[in-house]
Design a protein around this ligand. Structure first.
Ligand SMILES: Nc1nc2c(ncn2[C@@H]2O[C@H](COP(=O)(O)OP(=O)(O)OP(=O)(O)O)[C@@H](O)[C@H]2O)c(=O)[nH]1
Ligand SMILES: [K+]
Ligand SMILES: [Mg+2]
Length: 346
């Protein structure tokens, strides 16, 4: 049996197994197996066909945003609207066949926006150009999942499943579990909170499935078996995702309202240029970038030349070791958006 068949067998078994106390170990085990096979599937194949086919687009600017979506949802139309790059848009599916980069200039930052071919169900297993598209998505700082507002919610959950299956975790933080494989001593298990989804026994079972018999495990959060498997497997990416419903010019106001209220979602129309400013604001928030401006003694700040930092960065990250005035701050001082700093030499 090939890996794909094994995966589908396990998926079927999970689907037909009722979720309850009596089946939790069985399900945990199945999930561990599933994660293992998927990892095997993702290992780069050594065959000639996979060579040189990736979309090697240079990272540039301060951040990278990948446009992921089914064919013809309007990804290329969006890129052409927001950047000075033109990407061919047409009413037929799979118009775009490679990765096309553009740049959004916003608040002094250069945000690289990547238009990509449409992906479909089965993308993770290599349907269409799915694998290459997903490989690019992994390198992004934020994923914009573009959806056709007229098409219902199926596309969204299908794409979420595709990304999920290759270890991309959307709008989730890394599970707060300390995990350290050891040379000996068996498995030591502890938790600082009450666990409602995992137990010591289940944790052991899962570890054994991965042939790990000595390890230190500390749950600092009420995590699920899937979260724990993610920690063991490693190699997961935790990424903010903005769901963008395009083509709202085609649906009723009630429907627009419903979609706009969904979490992490923005509604737009590329065709009628609706709500694009708001989308940019949201994108900025998701990128969590901070602009600071420098000023020289006795001169006005230069607002045309910002230094872009990740949110939470401190003065040290600006790359200096001097002191500041008029409000003196230490090197660990966290910079806030649109702060102005003056560097004073002693
Ligand atoms: N009504 C309406 N049509 C739109 C809107 N945005 C894009 N379109 C149309 O949707 C079709 C597909 O647009 P594309 O930009 O080619 O879509 P894509 O997602 O890049 O498609 P692929 O590259 O094939 O994956 C085109 O005919 C666009 O004119 C919109 O806001 N409203
Ligand atoms: K298209
Ligand atoms: Mg396109």
């Amino acid at each position: 049996m090939g890996i794909l068949e094994k995966i589908s067998e396990i998926e079927k078994e999970i689907a037909r197994t009722q979720k309850n106390k009596a089946t939790e170990y069985h399900l945990g085990l199945l999930k561990a197996k599933l994660a293992k096979y998927r990892a095997q599937l993702l290992e780069p194949s050594k065959s000639a066909s996979s060579k040189g086919e990736g979309f090697d687009v240079m990272k540039s600017g301060d951040a990278r945003v990948a446009l992921i979506g089914f064919p013809s949802v309007g990804k290329s139309t969006f890129l052409s609207l927001m950047t000075s790059t033109a990407s061919e848009a047409a009413s037929y599916e799979f118009t775009t066949l490679t990765c096309i980069p553009g740049v959004i200039e916003y608040k002094g930052a250069n945000i690289q926006l990547l238009d990509l071919p449409g992906i479909i169900e089965g993308a993770a297993q290599g349907r269409g150009r799915g694998r290459q598209v997903i490989a690019v998505a992994r390198t992004a700082d934020v994923v914009v999942m573009m959806l056709d507002a007229t098409k219902g919610d199926v596309q969204r959950s299908l794409l979420e499943k595709e990304l999920e299956s290759v270890g991309i975790r959307l709008n989730k933080h890394k599970p707060n579990i300390y995990f350290k494989p050891k040379k000996g001593g068996g498995i030591s298990f502890n938790s600082t909170v009450t666990l409602t989804q995992c137990s010591e026994k289940l944790v052991q079972l899962i570890l054994h499935e991965y042939k790990i018999f000595n390890a230190e495990v500390l749950f600092r959060e009420d995590c699920s078996p899937d979260d724990f498997i993610d920690v063991i497997v490693g190699n997961r990416v935790y990424m903010p995702c903005l769901y963008v419903y395009n083509k709202i010019d085609q649906i009723s106001m009630e429907e627009v309202d419903r979609l706009a209220r969904k979490p992490n979602s923005v509604v737009i129309s590329c065709g009628m240029k609706l709500n694009l400013d708001y989308l940019l604001e949201m994108l900025w928030e998701y990128l969590a970038l901070t602009c600071i401006y420098t000023k020289k003694r006795g001169q006005r700040p230069d607002f045309t030349d910002a230094i872009i930092l990740r949110k939470g960065a401190s003065v040290e990250h600006v790359g200096t070791s001097t002191k500041y005035s008029p409000q003196r701050v230490g090197l660990t001082h966290t910079m806030e958006h649109e702060d102005v700093i003056q560097i004073v030499k002693k």
